[in-house]
Design a protein. Structure first.
Length: 260
């Protein structure tokens, strides 16, 4: 595991966007196969998406040969709802770049058979050749995607019951009303994320500091599902100084020094 520490969220977001762009261009230089990119929602990746859009509009990057798979979607929320993850991705990324619609994959939270939808999603990832880079965030309790504490570290895409803490945090997107937040979501599993060739996790602000310290310095445990990244051969966490605030001094110094 590697940890990239930047002074603030803006600098960390730009680092992540440039890293993703470099990975897309590097694969394009060696093969005609598409770059398969896993994506996340929520407030954390918005600035990274904005920089990717800027790069596209400046002619520095194309998404014509990129295939995407999103991490999750609410169950039962209409696709056109402003807080559906379909709507989020259109608003903050897809409507502003040149990615073909046929290359975009999102879970259908209104599918008649949710289990079959999850199984088909896993099969589609395999058919695409596997994910080259999975971009994600982390919850305040250390959860990865919607893999809440005590989720199996070998889990695959499935329907999850959301915890009260997650519902409370996400209520900010639903007029502050926890009762308006869907109680279930479809989510890629921990093993789905870790099957990617590279995993890139973003975490910003002091509210994420404890989760980052547990994931980086603590044991590998299903209580903190992000800790599973310790076992990944190419896992990186990108944080601002606030999110790094609970790391031990020597841990902080180590990651700053090895980057130099």
């Amino acid at each position: 595991m590697n940890v990239i520490i930047r002074d603030n969220q803006h600098e960390a977001s730009l680092w992540a966007a440039r890293h993703i762009a470099d990975a897309i261009r590097a694969k394009a230089a060696r093969t005609a196969e598409p770059f398969v990119l896993g994506l996340a929602t929520g407030s954390t990746p918005i600035e990274t998406y904005a920089e990717l859009i800027r790069m596209y509009k400046a002619g520095e990057l194309s998404f014509r040969n990129v295939v995407t798979f999103n991490m999750d979607e609410y169950v039962g929320l209409p696709v056109e709802h402003p807080e559906s993850y379909h709507s989020f991705m259109d608003k903050y990324l897809f409507n502003h770049i040149d990615i073909p619609r046929k290359n975009i994959h999102l879970l259908d939270g209104n599918a008649p058979d949710l289990k079959a939808e999850c199984e088909a999603y896993e099969a589609a990832i395999v058919a695409a050749g596997g994910i080259d880079l999975f971009l994600g965030g982390v919850g305040e309790d250390g959860h990865l995607a919607f893999n809440e504490p005590f989720s199996s570290l070998k889990s695959r895409t499935r329907v999850m019951d959301l915890t009260y803490d997650t519902l409370l945090v996400n209520s900010r997107f639903f007029e502050g009303d926890i009762n308006k937040v869907p109680k279930q979501a479809m989510s890629v599993g921990v093993a789905t994320v870790l099957s990617a060739a590279e995993v890139l996790i973003l975490a910003f602000g002091h509210k994420k500091a404890r989760a980052i310290a547990q994931a980086v310095e603590g044991p590998l445990t299903h209580v903190v599902t992000l800790s599973a990244l310790q076992d990944h051969p190419c896992g990186t966490i990108v944080v601002d100084d606030l999110a790094a605030g609970e790391l031990k001094v020597n841990t902080y110094r180590y990651f700053k020094q090895i980057e130099k």
